[in-house]
Write a protein that binds this ligand. Structure first.
Ligand code: ASP
Ligand code: MG
Length: 403
């Protein structure tokens, strides 16, 4: 069997933890499996690198950011391979360049395009444990890129798909996928199984267990994903196509604080101006999420939407620079907002879900700003400092669902 085992930053935060992970990987390898290990940077390394860059500039060069951020993963893979070798096992570390793993050219938000498996396969065939850097890639300019925060999960799934691995195990500091973040909602319950679709929504809504794109990729290539703890033994949660629990209406509640709100007012009230704005954002790799449009008294319109918090300043600058193209607009922004969402196959099939969610929010005295719905989720934008209260209130309201 070929297993890809991915460990997040908290699982490799220090040398003792690295030893613990090495032992788990070696155990699997000694059982006769081929093992590819994918690692994140140790502990809070990436955060520290980001804050160093922030001390230099508000908007550091994206290329240089990737050059910087990719160093974190290289530290963990080399220390891991060294540890394994010290334990008497043949192991080798590889960075994205050495594999190689090619990505699109968008720095800080690159998408994996192609992975050459020849080198990894050769190392596996010579009975080595192969330890690969998560999160990073190489683009057509032969520059280092990164896949966006949390991107190592996606690296792991992509490798599993490319190598036709039997399983992709994502080891993290929680022992599976919960109905809500157990650190915020103490009575959240662990799920045995979840569908790709639900996981996709949960992940993209900031249930930080898995990187959103990794779930999409797992579904596309039908990679069996298992989320489990690197500290505690246990079955974890299996992410797959269908689950036994489809009768469950609501799969979970998630929040995402990593967003910011931007309003563009004074836009000409025609379809073209909206198109121009969206095109401008898309052309600069800025993803827009929840969006509403309102008409103002003077006949102009206001477009309000959310973006990733890290993109806010870049987006505002871009919009201001293009103000005349959009019709002399005014741009404002707000950082202290968050999304709270209910996710589950039952959302669209059951009209009562939205009512229950807003009943819970109003019961907790929480005001909602923007609202959006999809087939399987309802999202409200709230004040950031109320997000956790909101999450607990909504989770409690659906309590019977998790019994
Ligand atoms: N080290 C990167 C981050 O902190 C990638 C990852 O952890 O998956 O975002
Ligand atoms: Mg992660």
């Amino acid at each position: 069997m070929l297993a890809v085992m991915k460990f997040g930053g908290s699982s490799v935060a220090d040398l003792d933890k690295i030893r613990n992970v090495a032992e788990q990987c070696i155990k699997k390898w000694r059982e006769g499996n081929q093992v590819v290990v994918v690692l994140s940077a140790m502990g809070k390394t990436t955060d520290k690198l980001l804050s160093q860059a922030a001390q230099i500039s508000d908007m550091p060069s994206r290329r240089e950011m990737d050059m910087l951020l990719a160093t974190g993963e290289q530290v963990s893979v080399s220390l891991m391979a060294m540890t394994m070798i010290q334990m008497g096992v043949t192991a080798i570390s590889l960075n994205a360049w050495q594999v190689p793993m090619y990505t699109s050219s968008a720095y800080q938000n690159a998408k994996l395009k192609r992975i050459d498996t020849e080198r990894i396969q050769k190392e596996l065939d010579s009975n080595k444990i192969v330890v690969v850097t998560g999160f990073q890639g190489v683009n057509k300019y032969e520059d280092v890129t990164t896949l966006g925060r949390g991107g190592s999960d996606t690296t792991a799934v992509a490798l599993a798909a490319a190598l036709h691995a039997d399983v992709c195990e994502i080891y993290t500091d929680v022992d599976g996928v919960y109905t809500a973040d157990p650190r915020i909602v103490p009575n959240a319950r662990k799920k045995q199984e979840v569908t790709y679709e639900e996981m996709l929504e949960l992940a993209s809504l900031g249930a930080k267990v898995l990187h959103n794109r990794c779930v999409e990729m797992a579904r596309r290539y039908n990679v069996k994903l298992v989320v489990k703890s690197s500290m505690m033994p246990g079955e974890g949660t299996v992410v797959k196509e269908c689950t036994k629990m489809e009768k469950m209406l609501i799969s979970g509640v998630a929040t995402d604080k990593n967003i910011a709100k931007i309003s563009v007012s004074g836009m000409k009230n025609d379809p073209e101006s909206t198109f121009k704005l969206l095109n401008l954002m898309a052309g600069n790799n800025l993803n827009i999420d929840v969006m509403i449009q309102s008409l103002d008294h003077d006949g102009t319109k206001t477009l309000t939407f959310t973006v990733a918090r890290a993109d806010m300043l870049v987006a505002v600058k871009l919009l201001e620079e293009n103000s005349s193209v959009l019709g002399n607009v005014e741009v404002s922004c707000q950082e202290d907002v968050a999304k709270v969402s209910v996710v589950g196959a039952g959302v669209s099939a059951n009209a009562g879900v939205a009512a229950k969610m807003f009943e819970a929010l109003s019961g907790a005295g929480i005001n909602t700003d923007m609202i959006t719905t999809s087939e399987i989720r309802i999202t409200a934008v709230v004040r950031e400092d109320e997000a956790e209260t909101a999450m607990r209130a909504v989770h409690d309201r659906f309590a019977e669902e998790w019994m």
